[in-house]
Write a protein that binds this ligand. Structure first.
Ligand SMILES: Cc1ncc(C[n+]2csc(CCOP(=O)(O)OP(=O)(O)O)c2C)c(N)n1
Length: 357
């Protein structure tokens, strides 16, 4: 398998990794919370596994932290090849990952060279094994797509509104070349399941753990690509941690409009479900007190956009999401920044909903 972290920072690498993966029908996976698109999300070879711990050979391409816990590590006997300009990450004195082969080279050159070397080596029996794997992966991808579609439709029938439904509707309005900035944190998995980004340079994450990157990044993306739609999907917490007001005002003033979708769950994962995961028997869980993780009622994000000379609206009903996002995008295309605040259950309510309470 191919495992990518930041390879997509170089757009050329995306094409080269694609060529290599297609030649050998290699499954491609991303590391946790990537900051660029490394591989077309809709491609049959992408996103259906295996886990690193199940793979028998892994080509790590610019993957800073591909796994953390010992149980997620490559299994004994597997082969690990590590590609990076600085594969042993000499800046990180505590780096302890293991590999069978370290290749100090950039992603694009490595993928191209391996592709060319492999082409010369392939035998007939290799080809038939590869064809069989390709078919298997295509089936898995079809199943994954069907499962995602089914879950999205189910989510759409839930009221209170489900964040997956919001992410699904977002995916529907994105043009193939639209740039998506993902600061959606706990809803990022839904965003990634449905965004359908397949061109290099159409998906960006912050690449770090510090919240608040999104609004400024969206403004920068629009300045850089004035002819493309730019859309920010963000948690309400992370949106506040940045500088949304100056970003929106500047976006309006300098005619660099972008669309913002805020997942308004009025909560932080850190102080709610994260707390439950970390301290399942702790005082907060015992007393059902998640005060540190809730900010309810929340700021009125639609008004925040209006106050910065943008357009804003809040949606509370599942059927309102698609029209609101389309309206938002229409405003943006006419030069006005727009914000859609999707009003969701809090993460405490969400935990109860998922337990059927
Ligand atoms: C600047 C900054 N402050 C605090 C944190 C700690 N932190 C990590 S996740 C999180 C919650 C963010 O909430 P939100 O953006 O609403 O996303 P959600 O948890 O609801 O998915 C916080 C406070 C951080 N990562 N960055």
């Amino acid at each position: 398998m191919i495992y990518c972290g930041t390879a997509g920072r170089n757009a050329e690498a995306v094409g080269e990794i694609l060529r290599l993966a297609e030649l050998l029908a290699l499954p491609v996976m991303d590391s946790y919370r990537i900051d660029r698109l490394n591989f077309p999300a809709s491609h049959a070879l992408y996103g259906t596994g295996p886990e690193i711990s199940d793979a028998d050979a892994i080509l790590m391409i610019e993957a800073l932290v591909p796994y953390i816990t010992p149980s997620a590590a490559p299994r004994p006997g597997s082969k690990v090849i590590w590609v990076d300009n600085d594969p042993v990450m000499s800046n990180y004195k505590t780096m302890e990952f293991q590999a069978d082969l370290w290749l100090p080279v950039g992603a694009a050159s490595a993928a191209r060279a391996i592709h060319d070397a492999a082409t010369a080596l392939l035998s007939k029996s290799d080809m038939s094994r590869i064809a069989e794997r390709r078919e298997r992966l295509e089936v898995s991808k079809r199943e994954l797509n069907q499962e995602n579609e089914k879950e999205a439709q189910q989510a759409g029938r839930r009221n209170p509104m489900h964040p997956r439904w919001v992410a699904y509707q977002l995916g529907k309005i994105l043009e193939p070349n639209a740039i998506l900035l993902d600061d959606a944190l706990s809803n990022s998995d839904y965003v990634c399941a449905h965004h359908g980004r397949s061109q290099a340079g159409t998906y960006f994450g912050s690449g770090g753990s510090s919240g608040g990157w999104g609004a400024g990044a969206a403004l920068g993306a629009k300045f850089a690509a004035p002819d493309r739609d730019v859309v920010l999907a963000t948690g309400d917490g992370y949106f506040m941690f940045g500088t949304p007001m100056p970003a929106l005002w500047t976006s309006s003033h300098y005619k660099a409009p972008f669309l913002t979708l805020v997942f308004v769950n009025r909560s932080y994962t850190t102080g709610t479900n994260g707390l439950v995961r970390t301290y399942p028997k702790g005082v907060a869980v015992r007393n059902q007190n998640f005060e540190g993780g809730l900010f309810d009622p929340p700021p009125d994000f639609a008004k925040l956009a209006e106050s910065a000379n943008g357009y804003g609206e809040t949606v509370r009903e599942p059927e309102e999401v698609a029209p609101a996002l389309k309206r938002g995008l229409d405003y943006v295309r006419k030069g006005t920044p727009a914000l859609v605040a999707a009003y969701l259950p809090t993460l405490v309510e969400e935990m109860k909903l998922r337990q059927g309470m």
